[in-house]
Design a binder for this molecule. Sequence first.
Ligand code: 9D3
Length: 270
Amino acid sequence: MAIHFDILTLFPGLFDGVFDESIVKRAREAGLVTIALHNIRDYATGRHRITDDTPYGGGGGMVIKPEPVAAAIEAVLGEALGTVPVVLLTPQGRLFNHQVARELSRQRRLLLLCGRYEGVDERVRELLVTDEISIGDYVLSGGEVAAMAIVEAVTRLIPGALGDPGATFEDSHAEGLLEYPHYTRPTVFRGHAVPEVLLSGNHAEIVRWRRRQALRRTWQRRPDLLDQARLSAEDLAYVQELEEGNQTTPSQVATLEDLCYNTGGKSQRL
Ligand code: 9D3
């Protein structure tokens, strides 16, 4: 059930330390995850080991040359070439989410290819890449941070990686809902009390309250998720209640100002 990641990058130093903490660290120590970093520059030839060049057609910026990337992929995978997904991290890829993480976690080995500058020469994609992933619609400087996100998200889905043997704990994201709010001691902090129900000891009531909080938050902040979520009849009735109540009706994903009453936003919706 273990998984091996090969990460191809021009900046291996960016990964220093990030896989040496918490869950990924534990999973590596348990032998559930292995990670090999490969510097694309090591596969460049010539006295200067050049890895980038100007784009044909002009337009500025630099493009990663195909030869060192192809050589790196082929050297790293060897006989396994064709049997291992070659995943290019690119703004043009399919959007990464829990479903994609699950899909990747079923593989025994993954190669993650990190682009930089304007990207990798298109011929590498045509000839060697089997999958393309983006982690969201914002501009990063390259694929490295995306690779880190994917390694972490996939590692969490490897049975045993969370320490908890047996049931791989998946949070409410797996169910397509945002999480309910969490509290710990003290019972009152700066005048803000922990909700009574959580102190009641009534487990059934607590489960019901948390479910409703999760539904309420998802309805307010991420109504797009509600369309896909698996909802019981009781869940649907509660959402119906929210729709009919005098609640603020969200039209879009909320802005920071909508959500955070500490940053000058006047509306407090939670
Ligand atoms: C600012 C340059 N952009 C317009 C000319 C294009 C562009 C090229 C290369 C934008 C970003 C990048 C580098 N990004 C990635 O390689 C990347 C990425 C991302 O930027 N956002 C979300 N997911 C990913 S995965 C790889």
